[in-house]
Write a protein that binds this ligand. Sequence first.
Ligand code: ADP
Ligand code: ZN
Length: 233
Amino acid sequence: MLSETAPINLVVLGPPGAGKGTQAVAFAERYEVPKISTGDILRDAVQAGSDLGQRAETIMNAGSLVDDQLMIAIVRERLTRSDVVRGFVIDGFPRTVAQATSLDEIMVGRGELFVIEITVPDETLVERVARRRVCEQCGNVASVAAGVERRCAKCGGELVLRSDDTESIVRERLRVYAKETRPLVDYYSGRPTFRGVDGNQPATIVGTALDEAVQDIVAASTVVVAASEGSAG
Ligand code: ADP
Ligand code: ZN
């Protein structure tokens, strides 16, 4: 059951290039909740050259997954911070059924988990990732036309290809997604808090669809609450 003050705890599911990161940032701004991205956490660790970063770098550049226990520990710790009391949006986690089961355990007593899958056809994903660039200075994600070098629209920094965004690594990441992460759709889809959103449209439209899906989940829960109160009285 959801009251108006219930936290919105959102998991954004979807393959590489589906637009999870873009949507998570925008959602976090609209709902004023923190955005948690395990990919960003790992990339920050790589930048910092920490133990975690050194372990993660090779794995990420092979298109493989960092091990479950490590990822679960990172997310468990992140969700102990007080900024998540009003909810959060998480992108890049869970990526395996083991991570999803642990997240359910972590969430006990913390309100509903909203799960939204963003779907995009495979061919489009490969194209999008090929055009994706990241600002070296501010981390802003941009899309560029093939072969055209551009600067970051936000800060003028240099736009670079993410080291795991080369075509062969992307194909491996898509393969890993199909094998390890896609099963999460079955894991979650029977829940009343699961929705799918068509990601093959402009980002702002996807954002609107995502908001509608979230509002739909909230409304559906309210109906459940109202009905049970009605039958009790
Ligand atoms: P994308 O959404 O484009 O696939 P991310 O930025 O989410 O990329 O993740 C990049 C890489 O970081 C993954 O390919 C994987 O190696 C690692 N990673 C991120 N999150 C997880 C996770 N929850 N479990 C295991 N590995 C992860
Ligand atoms: Zn920038």
